[in-house]
Design a protein around this ligand. Structure first.
Ligand code: SF4
Length: 285
């Protein structure tokens, strides 16, 4: 097995975009295979960002889609049960399996799978365990942190995806934005991000609401029709403001502040906790 394949999955998020820039500069003569796993439920911002990366770097990102749509899978195999942090079937069915299927075409290659986990992160995510696939984390190895990622993207004139553009709400004196790539309905979003979706991408919010007609909800015990009631938006924004004030004073570390976080919804507490180390590398880098 002496042939090599160098693969970089681009999620539409900032870290994998920065990694594409970084690897191109570090290994100008190395050929990379760039993959994007398209769930068909992405924000237009993501497609625009991928296009920008392609044109600035002069690369081609292959879009790989599952054979069945999210909606078909939901109905045929999952009895309308929406994916959740506890049962994250979407990543397995729509990303990991497609990745492995693609890699099967290169069974006689040594495959290097580059992942954009940064040096300032403590997570592993989903990484394939196939014998011929080696996971490489250049940012971890080279001590690249969040500030470096932002600098790399600025220097390359790529910048951040559009969904990072902050909204300022003067009534609450808060600034917020979507913080992750992936499906517009991703259940890993905190409640303020759902509010962002409602305010900034209403069509996608409506589509996310449609999926709740089956009775399952994206957020436990909080249908989206409830979330958008003015009293709930008011509570979410106030809670977000409080959380941001706490974070400014002291960064959150491994559950040490759970007591102080008790004003937050259970959903947000859970996501805050998951975020530290378990978010999926295939969706959110
Ligand atoms: S972005 Fe979220 S909803 Fe979409 S596949 Fe990944 S985990 Fe699932």
């Amino acid at each position: 097995m002496n042939k090599e394949l160098h693969v970089l999955s681009i999620s539409g998020g900032k870290d994998s975009a920065a990694l594409a820039v970084y690897l191109k500069e570090k290994y100008p003569d190395r050929e990379f295979k760039y993959l994007f796993f398209d769930t068909g439920e992405e924000l237009q911002d993501t497609y625009d960002y991928l296009h920008k990366i392609e044109s600035i770097l002069g690369i081609e990102i292959e879009h790989k889609k599952p054979e069945q749509s999210f909606n078909d899978m939901l109905k045929l195999y999952f009895n309308e049960y929406l994916p959740s942090p506890q049962k994250r079937w979407c990543t397995i069915e729509m990303k990991l399996k497609i990745f492995l299927k693609e890699m099967k075409k290169f069974q006689d290659y040594t495959i290097y799978n580059y992942v954009g986990i940064r040096a300032d992160e403590n997570r592993e995510g989903l990484t394939p365990t196939e014998e011929n696939i080696t996971t490489v984390m250049p940012f971890k190895e080279d001590g690249i942190t969040l500030n470096d990622v932002k600098r790399i993207l600025n220097d390359a004139h790529i910048g951040l995806p559009k969904y990072y553009d902050p909204i300022y709400d003067p009534k609450y004196d808060i600034t917020y934005n979507r913080t992750r790539s992936g499906c517009y309905f991703c259940f890993f979003m905190k409640q303020i991000e759902w509010v962002w979706l409602y305010e900034k991408r209403p069509n996608e919010f409506k589509k996310a609401m449609e999926f709740e007609k089956s009775g399952y909800t994206w957020i436990q015990d909080m249908p989206l029709s409830e979330l958008i009631k003015p009293e709930n938006i008011d509570r979410i924004k106030k809670s977000y403001k409080k959380m941001e004030e706490i974070k400014k004073k002291q960064p959150i570390k491994n559950g040490t502040m759970m007591q102080e976080m008790s004003f937050m919804s259970k959903h947000d507490q859970m996501i805050e906790d998951i975020e530290k180390d378990k978010l999926c590398t295939m969706c959110t880098l």
